[in-house]
Write a protein that binds this ligand. Structure first.
Ligand SMILES: O=C([O-])CC(=O)C(=O)O
Ligand SMILES: [Mg+2]
Length: 196
């Protein structure tokens, strides 16, 4: 499970259901989509960076592969945007699966117009420093959830979840079982009629 093709397509499974399939864990606290309808799904390319500094993100774009999701621990900093339109344009040109920041972004109107799924803790017009330090490819955390290179990252309107690479098959099977149960409950709800 380390090729983007091995992971479900974006929006194929709701993030909420995937989290339910992990005993309701795995959700990155406080990280939100920056435009409605943004979805992503793919293996993580991890970056740790000094808060408010995006030199490491530019370095990661030198090696990131099609379909990978750039996942960045920016220390939860909300005071400087780690990406904006120009970085998102680069992500789109390289067919990156999306960007998840435990940090901030800017140029949100342009991100939506480009259609690049970006998830972040905050939005600010203040731009990033570009001097490092950073580290690419190690184990990081976003919103309190550990992420390793190649772990499955998925995002939708509800937020972001991370599935350890070795659990993807089991979690996908469990999520499908949960969806079947939800379909039965939905049908039962539709049969309800008012009392009295
Ligand atoms: O200046 C930066 O590095 C962030 C930004 O606004 C962009 O990528 O457009
Ligand atoms: Mg910009």
């Amino acid at each position: 499970m380390d090729s983007p093709a091995d992971y479900p397509a974006p929006a194929a499974l709701p993030v909420a259901t995937v989290s339910d399939a992990m005993d309701r864990f795995g959700v990155a606290a406080g990280i939100r989509p920056l435009w409605p309808g943004a979805v992503l799904s793919g293996p993580a390319c991890t970056v740790w960076t000094r808060p408010g500094d995006n030199q490491g993100l530019h370095a990661a774009f030198e090696t990131i592969r099609r379909g990978e999701v750039l996942v960045v621990n920016g220390g939860g900093d909300e005071t400087r945007a780690l990406i904006g339109e120009l970085v998102a344009q680069k992500a789109k040109a390289l067919a990156v699966g999306g960007i998840v920041l435990d940090g901030a972004a800017r140029d949100v109107t342009e991100l939506a117009a480009l259609g690049v799924p970006v998830f972040a803790r905050a939005v600010t017009p203040a731009g990033p420093w570009k001097t490092g330090p950073y580290r690419i490819g190690g184990t990081i955390a976003i919103g309190g959830v550990p992420v390793r290179q190649g772990d499955w990252v998925l995002g939708d309107d509800d937020g972001v979840a991370v599935v350890p690479a070795e659990r993807v098959g089991d979690v996908v099977r469990a999520a499908h079982r949960l969806l079947e149960g939800e379909a039965e409950r939905r049908a039962a709800n539709q049969r309800l009629v008012p009392r009295g």
